[in-house]
Design a protein. Structure first.
Length: 341
């Protein structure tokens, strides 16, 4: 990792919010602010919302020296050019060069990457994956995002969208995913997948006595992943069945990751991280069936250190990475020097 004298201006952009923070070169979040994101209007309106969050933070920064800006966004990103290609929850931007727009406006270097990949870098550099050479990170929540860090660098693929594990198909007969494919992992291991499974069990068995129904005022349409987890903890039969299916799919997917990549550690973040880690013993029992690696039991699976702020910390980590990597990628040259922790 490159040493800096000042702090990093980190920005995490989502479909409904923009979080901006000041982060030290050692990964400490000093301060942060949140504002509303305008995702359904023009590209200019979306950019203005981001600038509003940044400007609000800069007013608080005072005389602090800011070295660079890092930005994490959902969707497909060409990190070599800093362009957001597309993101389902940011329809205002398509083939939008976010890095160039922000560099021109704020006159400082700007790095842009997919939020899960950025989060993976933060967890590898400063968080739960620190000390491991190869770190696989997964954020489980409304969707599923992944990132792979090898020797201190994010695996980007040819132009940046590589390493997208949430949209690997695990059942080609499965439901259509928002990405356009069918049976993606996201359709089985995300929060909405848990809720959908629980609602299907309620409808199939016509069990309106389930605690999940009580927790939602008798309306199965209001069942969410949190509802299922709470009911299962209290012993509700259908909720436990839905979670058991979730663990099965999570084990299938994680087993594939282990066999394909054999990471030194797997870090789980996002809103479902606590639930996934609590059910880890059940998931590990299934690895004998869903991973052919004789060493799968030796792979640590850890909860993310930064929790819901992993992508914000990750935005800062983008700016601490070896500068040569970014300079060469912008000019299209090859050969990248490994970043050092």
């Amino acid at each position: 990792m490159k040493k800096t004298e000042g702090v990093i201006l980190a920005v995490d952009i989502g479909g409904t919010k923009v979080a901006a923070g000041l982060v030290t070169p050692t990964g400490k979040i000093l301060s942060m602010t949140r504002t509303r994101m305008v995702a359904n209007k023009s590209a200019a309106a979306g950019l203005a919302a981001v600038c509003e969050a940044i400007d609000g933070l800069l007013k608080k920064a005072g005389a602090r020296k800011i070295d660079a800006m890092g930005v994490s966004v959902p969707g497909w990103v060409d990190s070599k050019s800093g362009m957001l290609l597309s993101a389902a929850n940011l329809p205002c931007w398509k083939n939008f060069n976010l890095a160039r727009k922000l560099e021109k406006h704020y006159r400082m270097p700007v790095r842009v990457a997919n939020d899960a990949k950025a989060a993976a870098l933060a967890e590898a550099a400063w968080g739960a994956g620190r000390g491991y050479r190869n770190v696989f990170y997964a954020t489980l929540g409304t969707g599923v995002g992944t990132g792979l860090v090898i020797d201190g660098e994010i695996y980007m693929g040819r132009r940046g969208p590589g390493g997208e594990g949430g949209h690997t198909t695990i059942d080609f007969h499965g439901p259509a995913c928002g990405c356009g494919k069918g049976g993606c992992a996201e359709m089985y291991i995300s929060g909405p997948a848990i809720a959908r499974s629980a609602r299907e069990h309620i409808a199939r068995e016509s069990d309106h006595r389930s605690l999940m129904m009580k927790l939602t005022g008798g309306d199965a349409a209001n069942v969410a992943a949190e509802t299922v987890a709470e009911a299962a903890h209290a012993g509700d039969r259908l909720a436990k069945k839905a979670l058991s299916e979730w663990v099965e799919y999570l084990a299938i997917w994680t087993g594939n990751i282990m066999d394909l990549l054999e990471p030194e550690v797997i870090v789980i973040g996002g809103g479902l991280a606590e639930l996934a880690i609590s059910l880890l013993p059940q998931m590990r029992k299934r690895f004998d069936q869903w991973s052919c690696s004789p060493q799968h039991r030796q792979t640590p699976i850890l909860k993310a250190f930064y929790g819901t702020e992993s992508a914000l910390a990750g935005a800062a980590a983008l700016c601490i990475s070896d500068e040569r990597m970014w300079d060469e990628s912008r000019t299209g040259t090859t050969g990248r020097k490994s970043a050092k922790k």
